[in-house]
Design a binder for this molecule. Sequence first.
Ligand SMILES: CCCCCCCC/C=C\CCCCCCCC(=O)SCCNC(=O)CCNC(=O)[C@H](O)C(C)(C)COP(=O)(O)OP(=O)(O)OC[C@H]1O[C@@H](n2cnc3c(N)ncnc32)[C@H](O)[C@@H]1OP(=O)(O)O
Length: 229
Amino acid sequence: MLRTCAKRLRTLGSPLGQPGAQRRSFSSEKFIHKDYALPNPSWSKDLRLLFDQFMKKCEDGSWKRLPSYRQNFPEKIQEFQTLYLDSSLAKGEQHAQQFPRSLDVGLGFEYVMFCNDVERKVLCFLQVGPHLQGTPGFVHGGAIATMIDSTTGMCAFRAGGIVMTANLNINFRSPIPLCSVVVVDSQLDKVEGRKVFVSCNVRSVDKKTLHSEATGLFIKLDPDKSLKK
Ligand SMILES: CCCCCCCC/C=C\CCCCCCCC(=O)SCCNC(=O)CCNC(=O)[C@H](O)C(C)(C)COP(=O)(O)OP(=O)(O)OC[C@H]1O[C@@H](n2cnc3c(N)ncnc32)[C@H](O)[C@@H]1OP(=O)(O)O
């Protein structure tokens, strides 16, 4: 698996074999507003198959592919600031990027999310790159938690608007091989006032292996309480 992964990355001209190659400029509009939830040469056959299968399901409108950018659009940041922050945008934050999109193509998280708002589900098809290693040959638990947080967070966001994670509870059942593809499957359980409850599991593509199970509690932000910085 790792060998196939390294081969795909070499085709990409990835920095894996050439230190310093393909470094991005932070200010590059091209990278910031590029939709990363679309196939690129680092995607394995498994990831492409899942992508194609769900793009077909999008045709009748029941499922929707969610685009994904490295940086939120300025108007979204402005809206968030106006509603929830009491201080001005700090210098460093002008270059802030979404954490799961911050690694070079193919090396970290390669993923696409699809949502079904009637079933209140968000699925994430995820390929875990070689820079996400924890135990040799397997994915770091923090990397798994990141994508569980992002997928359940998106599920909560679609139901409740702007939310923050208050609690994430994960059982790691079996390790995820590095460079494999997994399915992160999240489901909205209930909404109680400002509390949004979501559950999630992570399985292999053939569904035979349960890698992780999780529950998340998200709180809808209260515009009357600003977040302190
Ligand atoms: C910039 C633009 C944005 C636009 C977005 C656009 C597109 C993107 C869309 C989607 C992507 C989503 C993907 C991202 C996913 C990543 C999300 C993260 O990782 S977030 C970072 C980690 N989380 C924190 O750092 C939170 C730290 N905690 C807090 O700030 C507060 O505790 C907060 C906001 C969560 C709640 O604070 P309170 O003051 O508003 O609310 P209180 O009154 O404390 O709680 C409300 C109710 O919730 C319960 N509650 C709160 N925390 C709880 C907990 N940990 N366990 C159980 N219950 C809890 C309380 O007991 C209370 O319940 P009772 O109403 O009394 O019944």
